[in-house]
Design a binder for this molecule. Structure first.
Ligand SMILES: [Zn+2]
Length: 218
């Protein structure tokens, strides 16, 4: 799991940005409006630097950028909200925001809503929450997002030696017959327990067979 509000997934290379000091926020600018926000690796930390590249926008596309450290914490809140309105001391008449508000909302949540950065990639789990009636606030509460990330991790396909049917497939099957969510979850937990039992029983059986074979040979 990513460390909330301390680690991000680079929009260019898809690798983890390990700390705010290793990242950059960049954007494009069209008709004085900022859009196309991205969180990317700082050039010195980019996995592409070995081949002489980086994770930044090309020079022609880039409208502006800043160190990720300026966009987190209290400083970050002020920086980001100043793009919507600089405040009455600097602008007594409210002017148009300098940003595409829809894209800004996503950037803001990536930088300031715990677990949002990782959970936004868990599309299946987000859809499940919506199906269960999550509204536009509940869906993004830290507890909800943390659970979504944990569920996503628990649904990863099983490793070598485990049952052929992955948890994800089982879940899909269960939802196919519209089983209540809670039942699916407890069924998955039971499945884990059963797998452990089967594994132990197989080992014991094998040992018994070997002992028998050994005995027959003597
Ligand atoms: Zn990168």
């Amino acid at each position: 799991m990513l460390e909330p509000l301390r680690q991000w997934i680079c929009d260019t290379c898809g690798e983890i940005i390990q700390s705010p000091g290793q990242g950059y926020v960049e954007w494009m600018e069209t008709n004085d409006k900022r859009h196309g926000f991205r969180i990317v690796h700082h050039a010195s930390q980019s996995p592409r630097k070995g081949i002489g590249g980086d994770c930044y926008y090309g020079i022609v596309e880039r409208g502006g950028d800043g160190s990720l450290t300026d966009f987190v914490g209290a400083r970050g809140l002020l920086e980001l909200t100043s793009w919507i309105h600089v405040g009455e001391w600097h602008d007594s008449k409210y002017a148009e925001p300098e940003v595409d508000l829809r894209e800004w909302t996503t950037l803001f949540r990536r930088l300031h809503a715990p677990y949002y950065e990782e959970a936004r990639h868990c599309t299946q789990e987000l859809r499940d929450e919506l199906d269960c009636g999550a509204d536009q606030i509940y869906l993004y509460l830290p507890d909800t997002l943390k659970r979504i990330v944990e569920e996503h991790e628990s649904r990863r396909p099983m490793k070598e030696g485990e049952a052929a049917v992955g948890e994800r497939q089982l879940q899909t099957l269960s939802f196919g017959v519209s089983a209540p969510r809670i039942m699916v979850h407890s069924a998955l937990r039971n499945l884990e327990r059963l797998k452990g039992l089967v594994h132990r029983a197989r080992k014991e059986l094998k040992g018994e067979q070997e002992r028998e074979r050994h005995g027959a040979l003597q």
